[in-house]
Every structure is written in structure tokens, then in C-alpha cells.
Design a protein. Structure first.
Length: 183
């Protein structure tokens, strides 16, 4: 009977050891699955981020010629200072001009007309004027479309419309921007 008892104890111990081993193995597999799910989530997030970056780059390439951007960054900074003192929330009720570049509704409509004419899918809203990035995008679209090549042409046309470079009323604006460029 002692042999049977020993055998039973050994059998129970062996079964408990197997159950423990199986339990540990299952837990290990669950951890691997969880780790793989985390990896998949992480890769999905990276993929989403890359897709967003790609979409942003496509949008920028669709909007402007990067050559104009390089030579106009100082001009834009100066114009933003002259227009709004750098305030993205600036508002002029008398002209309904909004944002850092004080964009009026007629400018947004003109930009959208240009984009439609160029068969671009991008369109701006009046709310976009409050965004510094979108305001600058509109500036680039405008300057490129009207073939404004010098800093003076860009500033005066922004202030006075497509024919602003020929208007005496835009000279004062250009002088303010030029002074800001030199400071």
C-alpha cells in the first residue's frame, strides 16, 4: 500500500508540475501575443504618422514652389510683424482682416479661384486665416500665381492686390516692411 501511496503522490506531483508548466507556458504565450499586439499597434501608429507626413508633404508640394519659400522667409516674418505684430489672433473689424497676415475674405476667395483654376483639390475657408501655417501657404500660392519675383513686388501686391506693385498707396507699406527687414 505504501507503494501505491508513493505512486499516487508522485503522479499527483507530476500532474501538478505539468499543470504549473502548462500554466507558465500559457502565460508566456499570452505575454508574447500581448507583446506582438503592442508591436502591431506601434507599427500601425508609425505607419499612420508616416502617412500623415506624406500627406503633408504632398500638400506642400501641391501648394508652392519651394524656391520661393527659401527666399521669402525673412519677408514673411517682416510682413507678419507689420501686419499684426506677430499676433495670430489679430483682427481688424474695419477690413474684416484676420490673423498674422491680416487676410481679408476677398483674398481667400482669390486663392480658392487660383487653386480651382490650377485643378488643385485644396480649398481654404475663412477660418483658415487664423492659422499661421495656412496664411503663409496662401501667401505662397498668391505670390507664385501672380509671378511676384522680388520681395517688393510680393509685399506691395499682398497689400494692394495683384496690381499693387503699380499703386502709389502700397509704397508706404513696402517701406514699413523694408524697415522691418533691415532691423
Amino acid at each position: 500500500m505504501t507503494k501505491n501511496l508513493i505512486f499516487t503522490i508522485l503522479a499527483v506531483t507530476l500532474m501538478m508540475a505539468l499543470n504549473l508548466h502548462t500554466s507558465i507556458e500559457l502565460e508566456h504565450r499570452e505575454n508574447q501575443i500581448e507583446s506582438n499586439n503592442n508591436l502591431i499597434d506601434s507599427l500601425t501608429n508609425q505607419n499612420d504618422s508616416l502617412m500623415y507626413l506624406t500627406d503633408s508633404l504632398v500638400r506642400q508640394a501641391e501648394i508652392w514652389d519651394f524656391g520661393i519659400q527659401k527666399k521669402t522667409q525673412y519677408l514673411i516674418d517682416a510682413m507678419i510683424y507689420v501686419e499684426s505684430r506677430g499676433n495670430d489672433s489679430a483682427y481688424s473689424a474695419s477690413e474684416n482682416a484676420v490673423g498674422c497676415l491680416q487676410i481679408r475674405p476677398c483674398m481667400v476667395y482669390d486663392i480658392n479661384r487660383i487653386l480651382k483654376k490650377q485643378k488643385k483639390s485644396i480649398q481654404y475657408t475663412l477660418t483658415d486665416r487664423w492659422s499661421r501655417d495656412k496664411s503663409i501657404e496662401m501667401f505662397y500660392i498668391y505670390s507664385t500665381y501672380y509671378n511676384l519675383n522680388t520681395l517688393e513686388q510680393m509685399a506691395r501686391a499682398w497689400n494692394g492686390g495683384p496690381r499693387g506693385t503699380n499703386k502709389n498707396t502700397t509704397v508706404g507699406y513696402w517701406n514699413k516692411v523694408k524697415n522691418q527687414l533691415q532691423s
